[in-house]
Design a protein around this ligand. Sequence first.
Ligand code: AMP
Length: 195
Amino acid sequence: MNLILFGPPGAGKGTQARVLTEGYGWPQLSTGDMLRAAIAAGTDLGKRCKAIMDAGDLVPDDIVVGIIAERYDQPDCKAGAVFDGFPRTPPQALALDDMLAQRGQKIDLVIELKVDDAILLSRVEQRIKEAGGVARADDTPETLKNRLAVYYKNTAPLLKFYSDQGKLVQVDGMVAIEKVTAAIAALISEAKAHA
Ligand code: AMP
């Protein structure tokens, strides 16, 4: 199954993606993680992206589309993958549909984690408190405000794109992690039953 975990920054996509990988074996394809790895490795691509990411803006579509296609072609994605933080713009969504179609695949389910902005902000403040400081340059209340603005402007319009395809389902992302996981598992079972 190919799944997209959708939602604003801090909604819990990464946490749930990791649970899905453990439970179903579909690898987590996080463009944010891949870009952070490129920055840590000091590659040219990482150098091009660092300032953009630190500001909470989006890196160019061609970069993320390229790294996703390369990653998806690894053998561990044969049975499917969990897309986390990708796609984030309409051109990325179209490129993803094309890429999958070329491989005889498709997106099966898009799960939106719904979390209010005020809760996202309090989660960032909590993380900073627990870590005793800022662990990720883009994980500050100020940058979150920009990341949210970018989300509503560029990414949220994709909800209509996927709902028009009949693939969008919603989950309350404000309840306990295990409850979110259980709700997602139920939706996956349902999607599998109708496949
Ligand atoms: P994330 O870890 O998913 O929150 O991503 C961290 C940052 O990486 C984002 O704020 C963007 O700067 C960049 N990024 C990650 N995924 C994408 C994407 N699909 N399109 C553009 N930029 C991205």
